[in-house]
Every structure is written in C-alpha cells, then in structure tokens.
Unconditional design. Sequence first.
Length: 278
Amino acid sequence: MIKRLKAFLMYILVFVGGILAAWAFWLEPSSLTTQRYSLTMAHKNNFSPLRIGIVSDIHIGRFFGDEKRLERIVGTLNDEKPDIIVFLGDFVAQRSAEAFVKSAHQLKKLEAPLGVYAVLGNHDWWSGKTDVVQALTTNNVQLIDNQHIDLKWKGAQLRLIGLGDYWEDEHLWDYIAAHKASEIPSIAITHNPDVFPRIPSDISLVLAGHTHGGQVNFPIINSPIVPSQFQDRYRYGLIHEDGHHLLVTSGTGNSILPVRFRVPPEVVIAEVAFTSAN
C-alpha cells in the first residue's frame, strides 16, 4: 500500500512538474499580453491625455525573439491606436544584431501620429550598436539617446527626453549634468530604471525596461534575480518616489534562459495626462 502511494505521488509530481515546465519554458514566454495604466500628474500646464504604446527588451535572435514575434508586437500596437510609440532598448540578443536587422522592416508598419521613438539598451551596445542604429533609423524609428524632442498635442506641448543606457552610455551623466529644466511637462524614456534616483527634477515620469520584471516570480520568494542594484525596488510596475513616477515594463523577450513564470511578456498602453487641478 505504501509503495503504491509513493508511486502515485511520484506520478503526480512528474505530471505537475511537466505542466509547470511547459508553462514556464513555452506557453508563457510565447504569449503576449497588454498591460494598461492610467496616470494623471500635477503640472502648472495642462496636457490632454496621451496614449503611449511602450515596448522593451524584444531580444530578437534568442529563443522566442524572431521576425514573427516582432510582427505580432507591431500588430498589437497598431490595434491599440496609440498616439505615440516608444521602444526602451535591448532590440538584440546574444551580442549579435543580425537577426534584428533582418526583422526590423516590420517596424515600418507602426502607426502613431506623433511618431516612433527609441533609446538603446545594454545588449544593443554589446552588439556594437552601429547595425542596430541603422536598422532603426532606416525603418522610421527616431533614436533620442541623451536628446529631447518637444511634441505638440491638442494645443499643448510635451517634452520627450531620451536617457542613454545606465550601464553603457558614458555620455548619460554629461547630458543629465547639462540638463536645463523645462517649463512644459516632461517624460523620459530609458532602458535601465536604476537611473531613476538621479533624474532631473522637472521630469515627472520615467518609462523603463531592462529588468524583465524578474522574468520569473515565485510565490513567497518573488524574483530571485533582478538585474538592478536596487533589486525588487524597481523590478516592475508603477512606482512613485519623491514626486516622480517610474513605470517599469517586463518587456517582451527573454534573457539568459528561455523561461518566464508569472511574469508574462507584455506590451504596455499608458494613458498619461497633466493637470494643474491636482
């Protein structure tokens, strides 16, 4: 009787383990969800709600990051009809831009009246970045690392600031040091959220990726590995500190291992507004 019970329990463990493995190594990594946020921030200048499509960490060339994957991401974004689209870096995987360059023509299909903008991530730098930059600019994606652009929307202005990669871009700190505060609402896009405590005071919202949301999130112990000096503090989601907001997306791709568990790949749609009424 005891032997039969042990055998039965072993079968159950193997069965459950198989289901969890299939989920973590195939079903969840190959999925694509849409995460939504709505955020109204205080500013002396009002700014009507802006619909922002946000994508990070595509990692084309590794496991589930192929051209069909990018085509699916583009289709999901277009279906949401965003006013502007931003990419937060790490277009490539395995320090090679070859697969991304071959797939990048899909980006030309993106539709957003205010345009498509991007910053580079650490993997893009590790690939040599030249091919990534060319692939993006050729396909109507404007790179704004350590630059800003003023956008006009429904009679008001918004400053979009690109902050270079925290790990790799040596010009980031010079740009921040030379930054002059803007009188208009400002949003920054960057790859690594670790820059958040050092952002200029006039930036109300920072959009970042890099962490993959931890990529796996176990019950009780959460995510054992988060590529951030702040660990779980900036792992994922909407964070508010010292009058500023940080939105960290889990991204769409994988790093190191082709696995995700309770941290599904996502495209983010954020409705952002500024009002003097707060």
